[in-house]
Design a protein around this ligand. Structure first.
Ligand code: TA6
Length: 325
């Protein structure tokens, strides 16, 4: 389905002027965050799904397939799908859980911002299980997602999951921010920060292996869950001279996925050649599922930044990016 959207002012606009709600594709409500230097973010209430993050030059930094279906109950192909309460295509729930296929609401009672935070480009979204959801996953929860566009154009997603069971029962889940980065040419991309780590290989029935000592480069399909990863991971796009930096907190694992040509052709909502222009690097909690007792809250976040990198001239030392502030 072509991505033509008729945007129109909706009746309600949020209190925060750097943040407005309009109609997106197929009339789905979406929030636009605008930062003073021109960076923008768009997040659909459907799935609390970030579908766009543009820098101050208006360049799109996230990948969304031209064949993405913006129509429930299908998950939107690209952007930042929220994988909760299950990161897996197996298991009892729908692939990667149901959170990305539900309508979220604007949180009427958002958590307070820390006093020293001045940026105003943010939105707070809330998901609670429906009666239908409770039939397939019999646990009460409140999932609060804060999407923040920082003054430097950084995109931060903060997740808070609270167990609101009244039956005294704990629940266990796995999680990922399934981020699709836009890259110029996958064969010119390298990932720094995952060298020598153990990983589970989804292409070999989650067999455990150890990554080699160099940066990761891409010549074929990859689907690996790296374990106990550092808080910073760098994705260097040689052609664009741009480095994405993922800073994560509370998310020990990182999934790296590119479907390559064969799998690309097998996905109806993904262009045959689009694998060349995307890479998923996903901050996650998979190896050690999270268990919450009633009343307990789990809070995690990922912060994405896009920095110019003259890596090709050897001026950018990726380790400096990873070890820097
Ligand atoms: O994150 C990698 C992965 O688990 C792959 O195995 C592939 O299935 C991808 O997610 C896409 O999953 P989706 O359910 O969004 O089609």
């Amino acid at each position: 389905m072509s991505r033509s959207e008729s945007e129109s002012e909706s009746s309600s606009s949020l209190e925060n002027k750097s943040c407005e709600i309009i109609k997106g594709i197929n009339g789905l409500d979406k929030i636009i965050l605008r930062e003073i230097h021109g960076t923008t973010v768009e997040v659909y209430l459907y799935g609390a799904h970030v579908t766009s993050w543009k820098n101050d030059q208006g360049e799109e930094l996230l990948f969304v397939s031209s064949k993405a279906v913006f129509k429930p109950p299908k998950a939107i192909r690209g952007g930042i799908p929220i994988c909760f309460p299950q990161f897996s295509n197996l298991g009892s729930l729908e692939a990667h859980g149901f959170a990305r296929c539900r309508l979220w609401s604007i949180d009427p009672d958002p958590p307070a911002f820390p006093p020293n935070v001045t940026n105003r480009a943010y939105v707070d979204l809330l998901l609670k299980p429906t009666e239908e959801d409770l039939k397939i996953w019999p646990h009460s929860f409140e999932y609060r997602l804060r999407v923040t566009l920082g003054p430097g154009g950084d995109l931060m997603l903060t997740s808070r999951v609270r167990n609101t069971n009244t039956d005294g029962k704990p629940f266990t889940f796995t999680f990922a921010y399934h981020t699709y980065f836009s890259v110029s040419d996958i064969s010119e991309v390298r990932v720094e920060g995952l060298e020598t780590l153990d990983y589970l290989d989804n292409l070999k029935n989650r067999e455990r292996n150890t990554e080699q000592g160099d940066a990761i480069t891409f010549e074929s399909e990859i689907d690996k869950i790296y374990l106990s990863t550092p808080s910073k991971i760098a994705i260097l796009d040689h052609e664009k001279k741009r480095t994405f930096v993922i800073r994560k907190d509370g998310l020990p694992d990182a999934v790296v996925w590119n479907p390559w040509d064969k799998k690309a052709k097998a996905m109806a909502d993904f262009g045959d050649e689009e694998y060349k222009h995307m890479l998923c690097v996903e901050a996650a909690a998979i190896e050690k599922p999270i268990t919450l007792k009633p009343g307990e809250e789990w809070k995690v976040r990922q912060e994405l930044s896009a920095v110019p990198s003259s890596y090709c001239s050897g001026q950018l030392d990726p380790n400096k990016v990873l070890k820097g502030s």
